[in-house]
Design a binder for this molecule. Structure first.
Ligand code: KIV
Length: 268
């Protein structure tokens, strides 16, 4: 059984201040929550990617609040010490800060320690309202899966100068509004590095290169449990053949040491 202390917001801030990389994975159930926690994963993301990974959907858009609450409860039951971040699903925070608050409360009562919202600019009042009411928030910029139709598919973001400037400004606004970390998804490594250097809070990259303060992958992708071709930024940690526990421990070790991601193979 793990002997590590509970992850807290203060420990996250201390890890960031000390330059220690944060290892995060998605997690949707109690069994994996226990395995990931025991293997030393710092944060478990109950991502709305569960709609695609577990429920067979093409996008994350059909995922409901009830489904997020259910999976967050499962993860919280299996977890002992890791930090749990739950995604606010599509349609659960877009209307108003009041709507966001009502739904964030449900996720916190299900066992989340922090909620994640996608997008910049219009999300600032949402983030501010949640943080002021004691709900820690993680932002999410770059490729934001809930905007897949607006973004024209699963495409790398931040290729043009203007887009980079907007992203850097939005990241600073989210941190100023009280977001305690930011997921940066699918963008050139140099852009993610610049955003990270701008901010007082950690960034967690996925397909965003090695310059972030931590990394997250979809659990099933890094175990090779996919039917399609995995994205370029994924490394299959199970391929070394020593079992799931060893694969997760290797992921944590490689994120902490900077061996993952390798920008030449897993970056853009
Ligand atoms: O839902 C999810 O799994 C996510 C990650 C891709 C960061 O948001």
């Amino acid at each position: 059984m793990t002997t590590r202390k509970n992850m807290t917001l203060h420990r996250f801030r201390a890890m960031h201040a000390a330059g220690e990389k944060i290892a995060m994975l998605t997690c949707y159930d109690a069994l994996f929550a226990r395995v990931l926690d025991e293997a030393g994963v710092d944060a478990l993301l109950v991502g709305d990617s569960l709609g695609m990974v577990l429920h067979g959907r093409d996008t994350t858009l059909p995922v409901t609040m009830d489904q997020m609450v259910y999976h967050t409860e499962c993860v919280a039951r299996g977890n002992r010490t890791a930090w749990i971040i739950a995604d606010m699903p599509f349609g659960s925070y877009q209307e108003s800060p009041e709507q966001a608050m009502r739904n964030a409360v449900r996720l916190m009562q299900a066992g989340a320690h922090m909620v994640k919202v996608e997008g910049g600019g219009w999300t600032v009042p949402v983030v501010r309202a949640l943080v002021q009411r004691s709900i820690p928030v993680c932002g999410h910029l770059g490729f934001t899966p809930q905007s897949v139709y607006m973004l024209g598919g699963y495409r790398i973001q931040g290729r043009e100068e203007a887009a980079v400037a907007t992203m850097r400004a939005q990241a600073k606004e989210l941190a100023a509004a009280g977001a305690d970390c930011l997921v940066l998804e699918l963008m050139p490594a140099a852009v993610a590095r610049a955003v990270t250097q701008d901010l007082p809070v950690p960034t967690i990259g996925i397909g965003a290169g090695s310059g972030c303060s931590g990394q997250v992958l979809v659990l099933h992708d890094m175990l090779g449990l996919t039917t399609g071709t995995p994205p370029r930024f994924v490394r299959n940690f199970l391929a070394q053949g020593e079992g799931i526990d060893a694969a997760i421990r290797q992921y944590v070790a490689d994120v902490k040491s900077g061996r993952f991601p390798d920008d030449n193979v897993h970056g853009y």
